[in-house]
Design a protein around this ligand. Structure first.
Ligand code: TMP
Length: 209
């Protein structure tokens, strides 16, 4: 039996990573076969690409180079980790996937959603998520959250101006209207307990279909 590929999306400080790990524990306790991973990264080659992309000193990185590196990391992660897990019947919870590239590089960097989709299609060969949870938080609140989190290492994209993060948010709104069946919006302005409960409800509803 094939597994299920669930991706978590949103701007900086939306809280998706914390909830992803809580969901992992909840679903595991409830008997699901479950794995978690992240993008860019999740396996050695992709983690190496991640450190090149996110290095704060790489201020001269061209937008297309950035988009291609994300797509390259995605390809390797998909074939080496995600697809084998799905074939073994796992529910794979993945922190970010193609929608991040569409919102960040396609829309906010201005490379074009269709153009960035095209290079990603080369990388993923139609392997799209079954379900995507979009963590909806005001970009200003999200940025404040990460700035107050001293344990979090700032990456190159965190250092972008407010305007960039507002455009990331607008990009995600476009994706919500483009993929209404796949992407579900989660109100991430609520308390963490309520956010978790909303995610559980969406996932359980998906499995009941
Ligand atoms: P993270 O902070 O959620 O670990 O993600 C790393 C950064 O990379 C974050 O700023 C979002 C960005 N990103 C993109 O711009 N495009 C992508 O395709 C992915 C996966 C992440």
């Amino acid at each position: 039996m094939k597994g299920t590929f669930i991706t978590f999306e949103g701007g900086e400080g939306a809280g998706k990573t914390t909830v992803l790990h809580q969901l992992h524990d909840y679903l595991k306790t409830n008997g699901y076969k479950i794995a978690t991973t992240r993008e860019p990264g999740g396996i050695e080659i992709a983690e190496k690409i991640r450190s090149v992309i996110l290095d704060p000193s790489h201020t001269n990185m061209d937008g297309r180079t950035e988009a291609l590196l994300y797509a390259a990391a995605r390809r390797q992660h998909l074939v080496e980790k995600v697809i084998p897990l799905i074939e073994e019947g796992y529910i794979v919870l993945c922190d970010r996937f193609i929608d991040s590239s569409l919102a960040y590089q396609g829309y906010a960097r201005g490379l074009g959603i269709e153009e960035v989709y095209a290079i990603n299609q080369f990388a993923i060969t139609d392997f799209m998520p079954d379900l995507t949870l979009f963590f909806d938080v005001d970009p200003e609140i999200g940025l404040k959250r990460i700035q107050s989190n001293v344990e979090r290492e700032q990456n190159r994209l965190d250092l972008e101006k407010m305007n960039f993060h507002e455009n990331v948010y607008k990009g995600y709104q476009l994706l919500l209207s483009k993929f209404p069946n796949r992407i579900t919006k989660i109100n991430a302005n609520q308390s963490p307990v309520n956010v978790l409960q909303d995610c559980i409800d969406v996932i359980e509803r998906y499995f009941e279909q």
